[in-house]
Design a protein around this ligand. Structure first.
Ligand code: GDP
Ligand code: MG
Length: 423
């Protein structure tokens, strides 16, 4: 029986999920997206060219059947530009998008930007592409869904009902100038409908019918610590990012899944929010430069710090990882000493778990165990046993302290820089 595989970021995103999905995608019949929006950015190196995917699943360059299920949302403008990129490279995706997927509307982007300004110092560091507002409308049943692209008269009716309220909020509450009109939005969406109609279908039934017949790989967008409820709230996304959300996204009853937790060998995060192991110093700068830590969606510099094991244990508790994939291990070759956070001081207490009260995390001070580095280039290593001894000690310590075996070790950005570790 085939068990679906789900790739989940164990930290705050940008762990290298796209690269892993591209590397192992050839082993699967179907590659899918099940959550998040085009605020996610997954980098895949295709024929030496860096390609940043925001909507299309990273299996695109393995020419797999691609699916986008209803837990995801997207801006059609962004998908159209990705499809254009593919066509230019002679790739014509075999793509299926669920009828129920909600679309990011132009007014969602305006509301996102206006609300960040309104919040001032409470701004969450949104990339302002409207995803949170798209989910908000989905939840209050004011969303425009892919199914509406197939029925232009219903699309028009919905816009006539929804848009005047959006305009009033933008103009009267946020005092934003709105150039949009119903006609302009409608015209643009008729164009989107023309391009997207062939892809829109019943993904949920397709998955149900093929669940154990075909091999499926699902790529989680964002990451565990950005989960709308369990992450570092409110510096999170508007949806669930944890593995179990796949069942409601696909519309299937829960069944065994194989969950790969993707862990960067250190930690990064983009935008605001607590980050106890952050290094605002020379080490952080080295991680940022050597790891090219620049956000794929916003172009912002990623904040960098050491690996945080309580976070990984919490991620494992939420997702129940079957195995781990460690990425960007090559970046640590620059360091002679590698600290790892094993617990926190919280006031007078020592804790080894991520606290359930989100504001307590701001006061957590990391307790480090320091490992000796290996100081040699590992980017060409392809067998685990050829890694330097100190590197193996680092990996073994992570396995032991998280309690999950490492199955994949990534030592470079391209598809081939991956070590499959059998034990
Ligand atoms: P995702 O959002 O988890 O898919 O990750 P991103 O693509 O946003 O960010 C990961 C970045 O690290 C990308 O620029 C990748 O090309 C790069 N990358 C992935 N794996 C490795 C690795 O093992 N070593 C190095 N040096 N870079 C990597
Ligand atoms: Mg990313």
């Amino acid at each position: 029986m085939n068990v679906p595989t789900v790739v989940i970021g164990a930290q705050w995103g940008d762990e290298g999920k796209g690269k892993l999905v591209d590397s192992i995608g050839s082993n699967f019949d179907i590659v899918g997206r099940f959550n998040g929006g085009n605020n996610a950015g997954h980098t895949v190196i295709y024929k030496g060219e860096e390609c940043k995917l925001h909507v299309l699943p990273s299996g695109i360059f393995q020419k797999k059947k691609l699916i986008i299920s209803q837990g995801a949302v997207f801006d059609p403008e962004v998908l159209l530009s990705e499809l254009e990129f593919c066509n230019k490279h002679n790739i014509f995706p075999d793509l299926m998008i669920d009828y129920r997927v909600n679309l990011v509307m132009p007014y969602h982007k305006l509301m996102d930007a206006a609300n960040e300004l309104w919040k001032g110092s409470y701004a969450t560091g949104s990339v302002k592409v409207g995803i949170g507002y798209c989910y908000e409308d989905r939840n209050n049943r004011s969303g425009i869904r892919c199914e509406d692209l197939l029925y232009p008269e219903i699309l028009k009716e919905k816009l006539e009902n929804i848009f005047p309220l959006k305009r009033a909020i933008l103009e009267k509450v946020y005092r934003v100038k709105v150039d949009l009109t119903i006609d302009k939005i409608y015209e643009r969406f008729l164009h989107h409908a023309k391009v997207l109609t062939p892809y829109i279908n019943d993904v949920s039934s397709f998955v149900s019918n093929n669940l154990h017949k075909k091999t499926m790989l699902f790529e989680g967008a964002m990451a565990t610590m950005l989960d709308g409820q369990f992450g570092t709230y409110p510096y999170t996304v508007a949806n669930n990012t944890i593995a179990s959300s796949i069942f409601s996204s696909l519309g299937i009853p829960n069944c065994p899944i194989n969950v790969i937790g993707v862990v960067k060998a250190y930690t990064t995060r983009v935008g605001g929010g607590p980050f106890p192991t952050e290094q605002n110093n020379k080490s952080g700068k080295t991680l940022q430069i050597v790891g090219h830590e620049i956000a794929a969606t916003s172009g912002r510099i990623r904040r960098c710090g050491w690996l945080d094991l309580p976070i990984l244990r919490f991620a494992n508790k939420l997702n129940k990882f079957s195995s781990l994939a460690i990425t960007k291990l090559d970046v640590l070759s620059k360091f002679s000493k590698i600290p790892v956070c094993i617990g926190y001081r919280l006031g007078k207490k020592t804790i080894y778990e991520y606290p359930a009260i989100s504001h307590e995390f701001y006061r957590c001070k990391p307790i480090y165990q320091t490992f000796t580095g290996w100081n040699e280039d590992i980017s060409r290593v392809r067998r685990k046993e050829d890694l330097p001894k100190n590197c193996l000690i680092y990996l073994r310590a992570i396995e032991k302290m998280v309690g999950i075996p490492i199955r994949y070790i990534s030592v470079g950005p391209d598809r081939k820089s991956l070590i499959y570790a059998k034990n």
